[in-house]
Design a protein around this ligand. Structure first.
Ligand SMILES: Cc1ncc(COP(=O)(O)O)c(C=O)c1O
Length: 360
């Protein structure tokens, strides 16, 4: 068996220990005689799987008692619609545009009300986070929306915005569980799981209880109304059972690693390896202004398209896969989520040094 170092932005690497547990439990989960894939979502085994997943997630993140944790079908994009449908009581919302995902969420919200862009970093290809300390927040805004880690551009908010008392809604898809989250700062914190948490197909929505009501926009589909799934413990209809099971194994793995403070240190250390190299290289260059650099997604370029192509081809050949930048920006991007071992980043940096010597 030979496994590659997968630098994909998502779906992404999973902890090997988790994959091994999945393999061991594939045919017979805990003496049930069934795979989790085959199991009724109303069975006692699955009941335990989902309850344990939720309680481990709560422990890991330190979710306050007045927040619900929902395991919902669909990727983060589904939430781009669910959020305005559930929260836009005044039909006003303020969006901070720091990349394609924030922009897409904003465009979706415009279908439901007056969604405004109150700050943007598009003027410099989203290579920084705008000053968010004193924004023109609308008095009637139902919420302020951010994408806290911008997967495509490799930026991350150094500080949360001053929302002037309005609810903060944050997409944390590409930084989920990579560092501690202070849930009490958000009305909703949510993310698709396929980057840092588990297999694709699900979002985890952490939502303050008082925001879960029947007062949603007219026409909101039953399944997009948070109250539907909150009342049913995320079991209103058939949930993504296998994904919930694997996410639960990842929560246990993260607890065993020492929790989110420890993960943050590990992630800072891995990211520093790569950024320090980029900062002194005369061939490769990071594309993000230093204070806004993501710990998870590291975009870089050589400034020469042909050389970028050669580098991408040679890395792939050497077992460092999916290092090509997003199709909308080009260049390279190394996504180094929780499950990427330090050794993977060390070897990539070594490879880059050798490439620079040979081609410089
Ligand atoms: C930050 C962020 N938000 C939203 C999305 C969209 O997620 P999905 O494909 O799960 O709908 C992505 C996908 O890569 C993302 O990186």
């Amino acid at each position: 068996m030979s496994r590659v170092y997968n630098f994909s932005a998502g779906p992404a690497m999973m902890p090997e220990e988790v994959l091994k547990t999945c393999a061991e439990e594939m045919l017979d989960y805990h003496g049930s005689g069934q795979s989790v894939m085959e199991m009724s979502h109303r069975s006692k085994w699955f009941d335990e799987i989902i309850n344990t997943a939720e309680s481990d997630f709560r422990k890991l993140v330190g979710v306050p008692d007045n927040y619900k944790v929902l395991f919902l079908q669909g990727g983060a994009w589904t939430q781009f619609s669910a959020i305005p449908m559930n929260l836009m009581k005044n039909k006003v919302a303020d969006y901070i545009i720091t990349g394609q995902w924030a922009k897409k969420a904003w465009q979706e919200a415009k279908k439901y009300g007056n969604a405004k862009s109150i700050a943007s970093s598009e003027d410099k290809t989203f290579s920084y986070i705008p000053d968010v300390s004193d924004l023109p927040i609308d008095e009637d805004a139902d919420y302020v929306y951010i994408c806290q880690n911008n997967t495509i551009y490799g930026t991350r908010y150094p500080e949360l915005p001053n929302t002037k008392g309005k609810l903060l809604v944050s997409d944390v898809s590409s930084m989920f569980l990579s560092e501690p989250h202070d849930v009490s700062k958000y009305g909703i914190m949510y993310g698709g799981v396929q980057k840092n948490v588990g297999p694709a197909g699900m979002s985890i929505v952490v939502i303050r209880e008082d925001l879960i009501t029947d007062d949603v926009l007219e026409g909101t589909p039953t399944l997009l109304k948070y109250k539907t799934q909150a009342d049913a413990g995320s079991l209103f209809n058939t949930p993504p059972c296998y994904t919930i099971y694997v996410c639960g194994l990842v929560f246990k793995w993260l607890l065993e690693q020492g929790g989110l403070e420890v993960m943050k240190k590990k992630n800072e250390d891995k990211a520093a390896l790569l950024y320090n190299y980029l900062d002194q290289s005369s061939m490769f260059k990071g594309t993000v202004e230093k204070p806004y650099r993501s710990l998870m997604n590291v975009p870089f370029i050589t400034g020469n398209d042909e050389l970028d192509k050669k580098f991408i081809a040679e890395t792939t050949e050497a077992g460092f896969v999916n290092i090509k930048g997003h199709r909308s920006v080009g260049g390279m991007r190394a996504s180094i989520y929780n499950a990427m071992p330090r050794e993977g980043v060390e070897k990539l940096v070594q490879f880059m040094e050798d490439f620079e010597k040979k081609n410089g």
